[in-house]
Every structure is written in structure tokens, then in C-alpha cells.
Design a protein around this ligand. Structure first.
Ligand SMILES: [Zn+2]
Length: 626
């Protein structure tokens, strides 16, 4: 990636007017030193987007974004920094000190020119005499001529060299056409022939609207039904979305993208007003495609037909949960994957059996399609249901255990804690298990995967924590008034789980802290995950005073018993040595015993109060270590 000196960047900034640049996208009005308009980066009715041309900066008081001209273009046109610099340098007529890569740029320009000429040739043929077959086909598929033009549909005539002759007359070398994927070399001899013959052509364009590939549809049953451009320097299949050039502003405006499979699905959707539709051009959409959409919106709705849908959606979701080849963790909610920390919501819309978007729109119209979108569900939630449905006998203990394991594994791959929490709640409800246990198991699997090499975790670390330990920490976290009463009494030895000890230590240091703020005090991920789990735990604490009293009694009793043992031992040792027991010990022992009697009375008083029997909490199961 080229780097640019401050001098060059300053030179560019000084030569451009930010108001000019922003005005291409936003209607601005002068107010004092600033210009004001509706923010292009969030939806608003009253302008809070300001441009200060003197300082060359913009800022939105609504959504908080701001920056300079480079930042504006990067955000508005989704350019990388070097791309924004190049765009503005050109505008400012500043020469950039980069000669490297020029050769490659020239090659690409030639390819773009060849593709553009090809597009002109094919679209002209569609509407010219001789294109009747293609036009009839469009008619039978219900494609309006206006839509066909908007999408630059074309027709590749029969014959082996229609395009070649056209290009030859314009001085375009056949070798360049081969590189562009438009022609193929003849076998066993010189010369080339047209790749696309006797087909309807769909122009695949990049974000800037430049044609990079073609998809050719046969009119009859002749194989292949679809013939596509090969991968070229301009075209990489999994990284391209059909009609992204037409849809992107609508996707941005509606903050959602509809992702369909085929060309005609996409055309029909646009024709019926769903102008935020793009096609993945394959049965499976890729992470790269979703990442492209993430630039423009927060939600993607994918479509599956009812028959194969479940399987496909579930498989897709689980695949997407695997880290991508380039190492970026790509989970269904992409927090962190894009640097801006916002998530892309992927939803699954189920189409009625036997329908794809094309047929549904033609048979039932846009309202039916919109209803499918409205009924769409989160992809992961969908996959979760599949996992549960595939478990044999989920109500039995065995089936439940295997579903628990599978769901925990799935959850462990979700990178967004928020989404994982929501899903563990949902799954726990469906499985009839404890959400916290599910979450903790998922966290355990996640950290196990995080270090695939190296020694296994120390055997001393318990995988699960005792219910009572967890309940105690929950009480301390959720009920602030329990802390001054219980923290002095809790012995660290009362807790077996190491993460809980760390959280307890954090609470001792800042007993007044709001529980969520303890997060930043915790050193490591496992502790933070456990804390998240405890904070997730929802419980009615109206009985807190009772529970606190029970814990107090329990800890008081433990303390007393410990002291009684100590004093008794001291007295016994003294007697064994032939010395008389010190009167102080005798007195303490007596006091401890009286204290115990009083406490038992108190305990009886407390347990005489009505108590919820469905609550598994209470001090009865508190770990007693020695
Ligand atoms: Zn804004």
C-alpha cells in the first residue's frame, strides 16, 4: 500500500474545497462560517451535519462521524485511504509520487475498455433486428424492456466471430479479448472464437458500474444453461455481487440488502420495487460478498426455498462461523470483523415451496414477497433450530446432552458476545437447560479453540462451577447491599472456580462498582466471559434479604466452627503437654457455643419464613473446603 507524505496530503487539501466535494452528495446551506445539511451517514430530518471549509473538516452532531476530505470520500464512496488520496489528487491536479504499478494499471484500463466495447456490442444486438429471439425470451420471463435496459442486458448472436469481427474493426487485439474472457483460442491452430454465442447476456458490473464479466443464459435446453466469464484480472466470482452498482444507493438508503441467487430473481425484484436487491451468482454467498454489503447496510436478507432451505441455511450458518481463509474471524454477527465494530445481521427468508423470488414475484406480487421478508429470522437462530430438530429425542437426557454440546459448540463460534448471549438464552429455553451453563460451556470451547497448539489447560481448572458458588457471585453482583454484609465473611477458599475468585477479588477492590464496569478490571477473557455469564443470569431478587441472611448464617457458622476447632485443639494440646488450659480459651469456647445457640435460634426464625421451593439457590450447597 503506498504511503503519502504529509506534504503531498497538505497540498491536496489546500487545493480542494470540502464544500464542493460534500455538495456532490449533500445539499448544503451556509450558516455563518459553516455549511449545514442532512447527514449522509445517518437518517435525520433536521440537519446536524456541518462542514467547515476553512478547516477542511466535517462533523455530524447527530451520529458523531467526522473527518477531513479523505475521510469523507472513504466513508461516502467506501474507498480505501489510497483510493481516496488518488481520487482527490486527480481532482486537485496534484501529481502523486508513485510510478509503481502503472504498467498494471494500463493493462486494467485496456481490459476495461475491451469489456465496455463488448457491452456496447451485445446491448446493441439485443435491440437490433436479429435480436427477436432474446427479446421474446425476456417477454416470456416477464422482464420489462425498461428493466432490461437499466440492467444493460445484451444478446450474443449466433456464429463464431461476431464479436471478434466487431473488435477487429476497432483495432482491439484478440489476445486482449482472450484476457478479458470474451474469446477462446481455437484448438490445434491459430485464431480465436467468440465465447458467448446465441445467448442472452447479463452484464456483471463492479461497484463503479464498470462491466467486469458476463453471464450468458441459453434460450432453450442446450447445455450449459448458464455460461459465465472466467476469472479475469477484473473479475473474481466470490467477490462480486450482481447489480451492486444499481442497488448500492438503495441499500444504503434502506439500510438493508436483499440477497438472491440468480440474475432473473434480481431483475424481477428490482422490477417490483425491491431496488436493494443483489445476486450472489451461486448457490452459496461468500464472506467477501457479505463484507461488501456491510459497507452499505446493517442487515442482509437471504432467500431460501422451503424445500432445501433448512439444510442449506443451517450449513451455511455453520460454515460462516468458521474463520475465513484470510484469518479474519467471520461469525454471523460480525462485531470486530470490520473495524467499525458494528454487526451485520443476516436473516433468512423462507419462500413458499417450489418458489424462487422470480416466480413468487410474478405469481403473487410484491406484497407476498414483502411478507416473506417480514417473516425472516436470524440465520443463526435458524441454524440453532435445525441443530435441535436434528437431535434425536431431545427430551431424553441423552438427546438433550448431545443437543447441549452441539449448541454450545455453535455458540462458541459466535464472535459477538451480544448475539451469543441472546442465542444462548433462546437455546436454553428450547433445550430446557440453564442459559449460564450453556454460555460457560461455549466460552470454554471458545478458549480451548483459541489455543489449538501448546499444552492442555491445567487439570486443576474445573470445567464447571458449583451451582452454589455461582449463586453467591450472582447475589454479590446483582444485589449491591449484599456486598458489605457478605464480602468480609466470604473466604476465598469457599470458591473453587478460579474465575469466580478473580471476580470476587475485583469486587473486594471496588465494592461500590456497577457490576458491568468490573469488566475492564478483569485481566483475561475467561474471567470476563464468566462475568458476562453471571450478569446475564436473570433472577427475581425480591427475596434477597432472606438469601443474604442465610449466607450470613452459613458463613458465621463456618467461621465459628473453624474457631471452635482451633480453640479446642489448642486446649487439647495444652492438656497433653500437662499444662492447664488458659482461661481465655475456655471463655472463648463458651462464648462461641452460646453464639452458636443464638444463631441457631436466628436460623430457625429465618427458615420459618415462607421460601420459594423452585429456587435452587441458598447456602445449603455452599462449598466447604476443609
Ligand atoms: Zn450523522
Amino acid at each position: 500500500m503506498p504511503t503519502y507524505s504529509h506534504a503531498v496530503l497538505d497540498e491536496i487539501r489546500s487545493r480542494i474545497d470540502l464544500v464542493d466535494i460534500v455538495s456532490q452528495f449533500v445539499s448544503l446551506k451556509k450558516t455563518g462560517q459553516n455549511w449545514k445539511g442532512l447527514c449522509p451517514f445517518h437518517t435525520e430530518r433536521t440537519p446536524s451535519f456541518m462542514v467547515n471549509p476553512a478547516k477542511g473538516i466535517f462533523h455530524c452532531f447527530g451520529c458523531g462521524v467526522g473527518g477531513d476530505a479523505f475521510g469523507f470520500l472513504m466513508r461516502q464512496d467506501r474507498l480505501s485511504f489510497p483510493e481516496a488520496v488518488r481520487a482527490l489528487a486527480q481532482r486537485a491536479a496534484v501529481e502523486l509520487p508513485e510510478e509503481r504499478g502503472r504498467e498494471g494499471d494500463r493493462d486494467r484500463e485496456d481490459l476495461h475498455r475491451a469489456m465496455q466495447l463488448g457491452l456496447e456490442f451485445y446491448t446493441e444486438k439485443l435491440w437490433a433486428p436479429g435480436g427477436e429471439r432474446a427479446r421474446t425470451y425476456l417477454d416470456t420471463r416477464g422482464v420489462a424492456p425498461e428493466v432490461a435496459r437499466r440492467f444493460s442486458l445484451g444478446y450474443a448472436p449466433e456464429g463464431w466471430d461476431a464479436l471478434l469481427s466487431f473488435m477487429k474493426a476497432r483495432g482491439v487485439a484478440a489476445e486482449l479479448l482472450e484476457k478479458a474472457g470474451l474469446v477462446l483460442p481455437r484448438q490445434g491452430g491459430g485464431g480465436f472464437y467468440d465465447r458467448f454465442r446465441g445467448r442472452l447476456l447479463f452484464a456483471i458490473k463492479d461497484v463503479q458500474g464498470r462491466v467486469v464479466a458476463f453471464g450468458g443464459r441459453a434460450f432453450g435446453d442446450e447445455p450449459p444453461k448458464y455460461l459465465n466469464s472466467p476469472e479475469t484480472p477484473l473479475y473474481s466470482k466470490g467477490h462480486t455481487l450482481y447489480s451492486i452498482d444499481l442497488a448500492r444507493e438503495h441499500i444504503r438508503a434502506k439500510d438493508r440488502a436483499l440477497l438472491v441467487e440468480g440474475y432473473l430473481d434480481c431483475l424481477m425484484a428490482h422490477q417490483h420495487g425491491f431496488t436493494e436487491t443483489v445476486a450472489a451468482l451461486g448457490t452459496a454467498f461468500t464472506a467477501a460478498q457479505l463484507q461488501m454489503l456491510r459497507r452499505y447496510c446493517g442487515e442482509v436478507v437471504t432467500f431460501f426455498d422451503a424445500d432445501a432451505a433448512g439444510q442449506k441455511a443451517a450449513e451455511r450458518a455453520e460454515e460462516l462461523l468458521e474463520p475465513s481463509a484470510d484469518g479474519t474471524a467471520w461469525a454471523v454477527s460480525r462485531s470486530g470483523s470490520f473495524g467499525d465494530g458494528t454487526a451485520l445481521r443476516i436473516r433468512v427468508a423462507l419462500l413458499p415451496a417450489g418458489h424462487d423470488p422470480d416466480t413468487l414475484l410474478r405469481a403473487e406480487g410484491p406484497a407476498a414477497f414483502e411478507a416473506c421478508i417480514a417473516a425472516s429470522r436470524s440465520l443463526l437462530s435458524y441454524a440453532l433450530d435445525r441443530a435441535l430438530a436434528e437431535t434425536r429425542d431431545p427430551s431424553g437426557p441423552r438427546g438433550r446432552a448431545s443437543a447441549f454440546a452441539r449448541v454450545a459448540l455453535m455458540l462458541s463460534k459466535v464472535s459477538s458476545a451480544e448475539e451469543a448471549l441472546a442465542l444462548s438464552r433462546e437455546a436454553a429455553l428450547k433445550l430446557g437447560v440453564d442459559a449460564t451453563q450453556l454460555w460457560i460451556e461455549a466460552q470454554r470451547l471458545q478458549s480451548a479453540r483459541a489455543r489449538p497448539v501448546g499444552p492442555p489447560p491445567p487439570a486443576a481448572a474445573p470445567a464447571t462451577m458449583a451451582l452454589a458458588e455461582r449463586e453467591l457471585l450472582c447475589l454479590l453482583l446483582h444485589v449491591a447491599e449484599s456486598r458489605p454484609l457478605l464480602l468480609p465473611l466470604v473466604d476465598d477458599g469457599d470458591l473453587v472456580h478460579p474465575a469466580l475468585r478473580v471476580i470476587l477479588a475485583g469486587l473486594r477492590l471496588r465494592p461500590d462498582a456497577a457490576p458491568a464496569t468490573l469488566m475492564s478490571d478483569l485481566p483475561d477473557d475467561p474471567e470476563r466471559s464468566v462475568l458476562a455469564a453471571l450478569l446475564l443470569h436473570e433472577r427475581d431478587w425480591s427475596d434477597a434479604p432472606t438469601v443474604i441472611a442465610q449466607y450470613r448464617n452459613r458463613f458465621e457458622l463456618k467461621r465459628r466452627l473453624r474457631r471452635i476447632r482451633e480453640v479446642t485443639r489448642a486446649i487439647a494440646e495444652g492438656q497433653a503437654a500437662g499444662a492447664a488450659s488458659p482461661p481465655a480459651f475456655e471463655a472463648e469456647l463458651l462464648a462461641l457455643q452460646r453464639e452458636g445457640e443464638r444463631a441457631r435460634g436466628l436460623t430457625l426464625g429465618v427458615s420459618a419464613q415462607p421460601e420459594k421451593s423452585d429456587r435452587p439457590s441458598g447456602p445449603e450447597g455452599v462449598h466447604t473446603n476443609g
